[in-house]
Design a binder for this molecule. Structure first.
Ligand SMILES: *Cc1c(COP(=O)(O)O)cnc(C)c1O
Length: 423
């Protein structure tokens, strides 16, 4: 089947299918590179599983307190190895990426201390914790923690080093661009930031928001010195199979401290049952994750090329070096952004018949529209498109369990925009 045939079956202009095929041909060499990286990542996970002697019995659930859960210990050792660190906590009790980051940042914070934001404005949902939303109950501001941005545009090692002071307890680094216009932060740049901090005060905790970054590059931030790294299992590392959960990984002593904030001081990582099918979905998902991330990157490269052919600005450009999953498509108007997301939703495997509308989502300052026809609610490793309704009306497209799903969504989005004369 060709994309021209698919377009005819949908009642779309066959020319959209021709453009899709041309965009696929034009991007093949770039996409091949991400496919290969996915293969290398899968072998890294496979080797970790073999080294830990993962067995079928390890996949059985635990209950109650979850004491002496050998399968959980292996799962967390496998994660630690894959993330290039000493220890990891991988739990369904961590409900999201924001929760995982809150645990890591609370562990790193000291009363009256200061957290430096090394990569600029942090992701929206972290604002209440960091005291950037006034009077949020439970924020770090309540224990006198202040956040501060070093001089300049962010991710500048010299500016970060100069900003480290006697009260600095942590430096926060965001790998992905999030809902922003800036570029994502490559692992090599994270390494330089960490080295700069170490050069001033080695005891300051370097905390990395790894959301959307896992398996995009050959090395993870923990392997270049991050003390704590946190992320969501319904993004990259869950491989589309994990149905919930988050992880915190890093240096042993820091992870131990983070565990006290996940459960309670004195309990740490020794409790926490992994009920139901969590271990199997989490481990099988981890094994598939590098390949899925590779496909999602192929989809992002395709999208960057395809939408440009219709006059829309895309960022990153098709051939740019990618260090996260996010592909921005600038829609230019509120109507176009809404229509774009509705077009993506119309090509989803789940809820294709539903029309997403803008809403005031908890944790975000602006109205947001979100297309997510996913098997797991909100799973952005599955294809999703969303964006805050503010100029320049950027759609953030990310994920995709298989390349054809991304192509179908892109074609459907252009068809929706064209139907309303918006491009
Ligand atoms: C998604 C995301 C988060 C928050 O994760 P949730 O699972 O949505 O809570 C934090 N930072 C970045 C960069 C993200 O992309």
């Amino acid at each position: 089947m060709t994309w021209v045939d698919w377009c005819r079956r949908q009642g779309f202009d066959a020319a959209l299918g021709e453009e899709a095929e041309a965009a696929l041909r034009a991007t093949e060499p770039i996409r091949a590179g991400y496919r290969e990286r996915g293969h290398a990542g899968a072998l890294r996970v496979l080797d970790a599983m073999r080294r830990q002697a993962l067995s079928e019995a390890d996949l059985a659930p635990s209950h109650g307190y979850g004491y002496h859960d050998a399968g959980r210990a292996k799962l967390e050792a496998i994660y630690a190895e894959v993330m290039g660190v000493e220890a990891a906590i991988v739990r369904p009790q961590i409900v999201s990426g924001t929760h995982a980051l809150a645990i890591a940042l609370r562990a790193a914070a000291r009363p009256g201390g200061e957290i430096l934001l090394a990569t600029g404005e942090p992701y929206d949902t972290l604002h209440p914790l960091l005291g950037l939303t006034p009077d949020a109950p439970g924020s770090l501001a309540e224990i006198g923690v202040r956040v501060r941005r070093p001089e300049g545009d962010g991710a500048d090692p010299r500016a970060v080093a100069d900003a480290v002071g006697p009260r600095t307890c942590a430096v926060f680094i965001q790998r992905s661009r999030g809902y922003s216009g800036r570029a994502s932060t490559p692992v090599a740049a994270i390494e330089r930031l960490i080295a700069a901090v170490r050069g001033r005060r080695p005891e300051v905790a370097c905390v990395v928001d790894n959301c959307y970054g896992e398996f995009v590059e050959p090395l993870e931030p923990g392997a270049v010195g991050a003390d704590l790294v946190a992320g969501s299992l319904i993004k990259n590392p869950g491989g589309g199979l994990a149905s919930t959960g988050g992880y915190v990984a890093g240096r042993g002593e820091w992870v131990e401290r983070a565990a006290a904030f996940l459960t309670a001081p004195g309990l740490g990582t020794d409790v926490g049952p992994l009920t139901g099918g969590f271990k199997r979905e989490c481990l099988q998902g981890l094994l598939l994750a590098p390949g899925i991330v590779g496909q999602a990157l192929e989809g992002a490269v395709f999208a960057a090329e395809f939408f440009r052919r219709f006059g829309l600005r895309t960022d990153p450009e098709p051939a740019a070096r990618r260090t996260d999953l996010i592909q921005v498509v600038e829609c230019g108007s509120r109507d176009a952004l809404v229509r774009f997301c509705q077009g993506v939703q119309a090509a989803a495997p789940v809820d294709a018949h539903v029309r997403p509308e803008p809403w005031a989502m908890p944790g975000y300052d602006h109205e947001v529209i979100m297309a997510a026809g996913t098997f797991v609610q909100g799973a952005s490793i599955e294809l999703s498109a969303d964006g805050p309704l503010r100029p320049p009306y950027r759609a953030y497209l990310q994920g995709g369990l298989a390349l054809p799903l991304v192509i179908a969504a892109c074609v459907s989005a252009v068809a929706a925009l064209r139907r309303d004369g918006l491009i």
